[in-house]
Design a protein around this ligand. Structure first.
Ligand SMILES: Nc1ncnc2c1ncn2[C@@H]1O[C@H](COP(=O)(O)OP(=O)(O)O)[C@@H](O)[C@H]1O
Ligand SMILES: [Mg+2]
Length: 296
């Protein structure tokens, strides 16, 4: 694998990382809890072991998000590479030696509260206050990402995780949500030559402009974030229910849902056509107002 200077800078000696137990699974990886010995400190970490679906560019993008520090973005400490040394065969030197492929892992801040999809499955009785707070924090993480010229391109409830189990918080208002999984993230480039046409992300959540031949920008994250809000409040992203034939959102379908009125309006504005779609600062503003209202 080719490494950029930035990547080399973030390499961690595998001897300093101890793997403990499995805590999560994604399409591109298995995630374990562990400990990272950094100078004299022992830091609890999550170790994301990449599988064969992960391409080298995805790994590079994910590690490059290392440069960002924000309380609503999972902090990445660096990466390790494990290579099994070929065994020496003393008696039969001509026997070919076998080595297993290298194992690349990303070492990051451990978040023990699980992902937001399990939160909404487990806490169906949770009121709007905590849902808004989780969404506001996610939007703040996304705002930081966009303000540094990066779009996420794979927002979904599985990629938002909670720092601590809710039972440990003295009040749900202490909840801390963080954005993770930057394997599909890309630099936002305003230049014509390098704009994007690739349709990536989770099919049910993809913005309509990704399906046609036009190029797209960070607006795709806003559209998908609108669907994340819908998922957090109504547990659905069923296209038969909410999309029109050209993949746009059908506002009438959202309007008749049993969720707070201002939340419906926010979803519709996030998922409207590109021209009328909110920018991340406006999304944050709306969620801050809702947070004030529900979490006085
Ligand atoms: N830093 C972390 N702390 C705790 N659990 C995590 C962490 N990162 C990921 N996970 C868990 O592992 C799952 C898969 O991680 P993710 O980064 O989304 O991998 P993939 O790229 O394979 O989708 C997440 O949905 C989450 O449950
Ligand atoms: Mg994921």
């Amino acid at each position: 694998m080719r490494h950029s200077f930035l990547l080399d800078q973030n390499r961690i000696d595998e001897k300093d990382v101890t793997k403990l137990e499995k805590i999560g699974d994604g399409f591109f990886s298995s995630v374990y809890s562990g400990v990272y010995k950094n100078k004299r400190q022992k830091i609890p970490v999550a170790i994301k072991e990449l599988n064969k679906h992960m391409e080298p560019q995805m790994f590079e993008r994910e590690v490059n998000v290392c440069q960002l520090t924000h309380e609503n973005i999972v902090q990445i400490f660096g990466w390790t590479k494990h290579e099994d040394k070929p065994k020496k065969v003393m008696c039969v030197p001509q026997t070919p030696t076998k080595s297993t492929p290298e194992q690349i892992s990303i070492v990051m801040e451990l978040c023990q509260g699980g992902s937001v999809d399990s939160f909404i499955a487990k806490c169906q009785q949770a009121g709007p206050g905590i849902r808004i707070r989780i969404l506001l924090q996610t939007a703040l993480g996304l705002q930081h990402l966009h303000s540094h010229g990066i779009m996420h391109r794979d927002l979904k409830v599985e990629n938002i995780i909670l720092k601590d189990p809710l039972s440990n918080a003295s009040s749900y208002k202490d909840v801390k949500a963080k954005l993770t999984d930057f394997g599909l993230s890309r630099k936002i480039d305003r230049g014509i030559a390098s704009r994007y046409t690739a349709t990536v992300g989770t099919p049910l959540l993809i913005a309509p402009e990704c399906f046609d031949s036009n190029t797209y920008d960070e607006g795709v994250d806003i559209f998908t974030f609108g669907l994340v809000i819908l998922q957090v409040f109504a547990q659905t992203t069923d296209p038969d229910e909410i999309r029109t034939d050209d993949f746009q959102i059908n506002p009438a379908a959202i309007t008749k849902m049993d969720i707070p009125e201002q939340v419906k309006q926010l979803i519709i504005k996030c998922c409207s056509n590109i021209k009328n779609r909110l920018k991340i600062d406006e999304v944050v503003g709306c969620l801050q107002a809702l947070d004030k209202f529900y979490n006085k």
